[in-house]
Design a protein around this ligand. Structure first.
Ligand code: ADP
Length: 407
């Protein structure tokens, strides 16, 4: 096996093959974008330094180039690329905290331990009014995917929506806060433990997404007996202590129901929008309605409803069957609640098979009707919550991905 020292040498040589698009004919080593290369047990950490103003497409191209070049080296187990501004580097060198503003003590106290009663239905006025603390550093939009009850396909929607957003050119993270049954590792076929660097947890990269799930931290058969305040602590940690920097969208897969996790999310960071997933069945709809109400109470903008398993289309005859009820039922209910329908996802065995095999349908068969339904959903999400457009702003001030580097 190759030792770390020789890998490091090869990494530096490989980085000399990555062009800097800003300076023709020069590579990123020439233009001093490579700040540090560290190798430990085959895991390569590359720190790049770029001005905040640098074009985001260029940054992506460089980062992708670094991944590709380093991954190709024999003996490399994992590649981690982190891009920093010169200012952030300086702050780090001085031993200061990363730029993420810590919540003020008073707010921290209010978010760390919700009263048990707060989780059941309607939180009191100070809870709903509790202004969320600072946004997640480096994330443009936080979108929660929720459902009133389990088994309606919420996690499936979250994963495929994230992949569809990515297919449309966005940088996407996926946070599984379903601590009672984290399914993201299975749905994406990922195992492993997240690394820690600079006192921040590094999300695992899979299928081009940055992902974090309690499933990575606990064994499948560990008993899950956490209660409210602990749930809250974990979610806060996942939001605050994980390095999500550089994301256009962070999709948060919520546990089903209306409970502490939803409260913790809404109180810890500003949530840009919530999507509620339901099937057309009566029972699921009643629960969905509760979910919608809860987000409204928490002052989270409910973007709309996704009707999952809306219809089954016989591939050969194109005949439609409504196995879990007719999607028009959801439309009626949505109208009553003045909430739009964001998408209708057909029932398709490919979805379940893909989920079981760790290959979501958006990767396995993106052209299929169900794949297209997820693409359409992603388009709706980007229209409703465009990256960088500040709520309450006039929308012209596109902050883009680098907003977090400019503060
Ligand atoms: P939840 O997160 O709401 O508990 P999951 O996403 O885990 O639900 O989905 C529950 C089951 O339903 C999984 O086996 C999943 O593969 C399957 N499923 C979800 N959506 C669809 C669909 N549109 N067509 C077929 N199977 C689906």
């Amino acid at each position: 096996m190759k030792d770390d020292f020789s890998i490091k040498g090869e990494v530096i040589t490989a980085l000399e093959a990555v062009d800097d698009p800003a300076e023709e004919g020069k590579n990123i080593v020439d233009t001093h974008l490579v700040e540090k290369v560290e190798v430990e047990k085959g895991v390569v950490d590359v720190i790049l330094v770029m001005q905040a103003e640098r074009d985001r497409k260029q940054r992506f191209a460089i980062e992708d180039g670094v991944y590709d070049a380093v991954e190709a080296i024999g003996g490399v187990q994992e590649v981690k690329v982190k891009t920093m501004t010169p200012q952030a580097l300086e702050r780090e060198a001085r031993g200061e905290e990363p730029a993420s503003p810590k919540p003020a003590p008073a707010k921290a106290a209010s978010t760390s331990a919700p009263t048990p009663g707060g989780s059941k239905g309607s939180p009191g006025p100070q809870q709903s009014g509790a202004a969320p603390s600072a946004p997640i550093e480096g994330v443009s939009k936080v979108i929660a995917v929720a459902s009133g009850k389990g088994g309606v396909g919420k996690s499936t929607v979250a994963v495929n929506l994230a992949l569809a957003l990515q297919a449309q050119g966005f940088r996407v993270g996926l946070l599984d806060t379903d601590i009672y049954g984290p399914s993201l590792p299975t749905l994406l076929g990922v195992t492993g433990r997240p690394a820690v660097s600079n006192r921040r947890i590094l999300p695992i990269e899979a299928a081009g997404l940055r992902i974090m799930s309690l499933g990575f931290l606990m064994d499948e058969d560990s008993p899950v007996i956490w209660r409210g305040p602990i749930v809250t602590g974990i979610i806060r940690q996942f939001l605050r202590d994980v390095d999500w920097s550089g994301l256009d969208y962070l999709i948060v897969d919520m546990p089903p129901g209306t409970g502490d996790a939803q409260l913790a999310l809404a109180q810890t960071v500003p949530v840009d929008g919530a999507i509620v997933v339901t099937t057309p069945s009566d029972l699921a709809l009643i629960d969905a309605a509760r979910g919608l109400q809860m987000f409204k109470t928490l002052n989270v903008d409910v973007m709309g409803i996704v009707t999952n398993m809306a219809r089954f289309i016989v591939p050969s005859t194109k005949e439609e069957f409504f196995i879990f009820g007719h999607p028009d039922q959801v439309k009626k209910e949505a109208k009553r609640m003045e909430t739009p329908i964001l998408g209708e996802i057909p029932l398709d065995t490919k979805v379940r098979e893909g989920g079981d095999e760790g290959k979501p349908v958006l990767l396995a068969d993106p052209e299929s009707p169900v794949g297209q339904a997820f693409m359409d959903l992603a388009t709706r999400v980007t229209e409703l919550k465009p990256v960088g457009a500040d709520d309450g702003d006039d929308g012209e001030k596109k902050k883009g991905l680098f907003s977090f580097l400019k503060n």
